[in-house]
Design a protein around this ligand. Structure first.
Ligand SMILES: [Zn+2]
Length: 409
């Protein structure tokens, strides 16, 4: 078993226990151009394992970041309105709770095009965005968000601290689980944070992934799947402490951690750690039966799509997101079942879904071509997308929601 040669991304332990194998899979965020319809794509093993040493759930394969994030990577995400409002509310809370002002500094890691930090700029609070993609930093600078194009880690943090940057607040949303050097990233946060500063860190919660069968949130860019137990051990190794925590509905169920340099865990942290111990998130058995449920979802969804096709129905899909790629490739949904994938992001239109090579078209094609059914790939945005497509539904169109159990809406 490949796991024997791997070390835990957090604690370094060997002897990781495989719990789910999604097979040889193309990179989920790499949509090939339409002209590549007959070309093979690189495929990599996608296998999930549990660490008995620190409880961290992780994938075994680390794809070279140069391959993952090359010039073809779709950098400019189409942010949902919900995500933008969610970020803004968090910022306003922190400005008040931390009494931030013109003498403060807020740093964001993986700052993208500055959509979060611009909320601080509007309040006159100095910011620094760090993102590895130069084009994103340029876009952020245009809206007044000071940015640096760097891969964040301990070296960059020390250099910034040497230049006098010390952060009152550090934001790290949906990045900790994606970085190959997990310990270097957390050590960097410790080096850049003021002694009384706070880091606000968000990532999907592995408990929601398992409980709601969200296997399609597993892909090669997403290396770690944290429980509170596992992240607590990671933080402590670097002199950081989990002091408050919230469960959020975003991305199918996420955690927001509030982390500082003093060990003062609030009731929410103590309660979640106790719940995880009671449920067994620190033991491999909790993850083992997940594999059987994922296989059950696959056969149910395939049976539903094949039955509709046999009845002469037309089927499309909506949302060319990474999770859609994992889902169609693992379940085996190709052009014989789904005619096209509609997406609002113009950078994805005219391309193909990885592996299955289903064409990606404009969202308006749903209204124009009126398929009988639409498979909703970003099921986490169900209410938002169903509201956008109310005219299609009013005219008799139906959505298929694949997770946690396939159903028609
Ligand atoms: Zn470990």
């Amino acid at each position: 078993m490949a796991a024997a040669t791997h070390r835990c991304r957090s604690c370094g332990e060997t002897g990781l226990v495989p719990v789910l194998d999604l097979g040889l899979t193309p990179l989920a965020d790499r949509m090939p151009p339409a002209s590549h319809v007959d070309r093979d794509e690189p495929r990599f093993p996608l296998e999930v394992a549990f660490c008995p040493g620190c409880s961290l759930v992780q994938i075994l394969e680390t794809v070279d970041p140069g391959l993952l994030f090359d010039a073809d990577y779709p950098y400019f995400s189409s942010f949902s309105r919900y995500l933008l409002e969610h970020s803004r509310a968090n910022v306003l809370d922190l400005i008040e709770a931390r009494r931030l002002g013109p003498g403060s500094l807020v740093v964001e890691l993986a700052s993208n095009d500055g959509y979060l930090l611009k909320n601080y700029v509007e309040h006159g609070i100095p910011v620094l965005g760090i993102d590895p993609v130069p084009a994103l930093c340029e876009a952020a600078e245009k809206i007044g968000v000071r940015s640096r194009a760097e891969f964040f880690g301990l070296d960059v943090a020390r250099r910034l601290a040497g230049e006098g940057f010390r952060a009152d607040v550090i934001h790290a949303n949906n990045v900790l689980a994606h970085v190959a050097d997990t310990n270097g990233f957390v050590a960097g946060i410790a080096a850049l944070l003021k002694d009384d500063g706070v880091a606000s860190i968000e990532f999907p919660y592995v408990r929601d992934l398992i409980d709601h069968c969200e296997f399609d949130t597993i892909y090669h860019e997403h290396l770690c799947y944290f429980s509170v137990t596992a992240v607590d051990k990671l933080l402590r190794r670097h002199g950081l402490y989990l002091n408050d925590i919230r469960r959020l509905p975003i991305h199918g169920g996420s955690l927001r951690l509030y982390v500082g340099k003093r060990d003062e865990p609030g009731a929410a942290v103590r309660n979640l750690l106790a719940e995880e111990a009671a449920l067994g998130l620190d033991r491999v058995d909790y993850y083992r039966e997940f594999s059987a449920r994922v296989a059950g979802l696959k056969s149910q969804l395939l049976a539903l799509l094949r039955r509709l096709k046999a009845e002469g129905k037309t089927i499309a899909a909506y949302g060319a997101a990474a999770k859609g790629s994992t889902l169609i490739n693992y379940v085996g949904i190709g052009r014989e079942l789904v005619d096209f994938v509609a997406d609002r992001n113009v950078h994805k239109q005219g391309r193909l879904m990885p592996g299955q090579k289903i064409p990606i078209v404009a969202a308006e094609e749903i209204a124009a071509r009126r398929p009988d059914y639409v498979l909703l790939l970003p099921w986490n945005l169900e209410s938002e997308i169903l509201a956008q497509e109310s005219a299609y539904r009013a005219a008799g169109g139906k959505f298929i929601i694949p997770v946690p159990v396939p159903r028609v809406a």
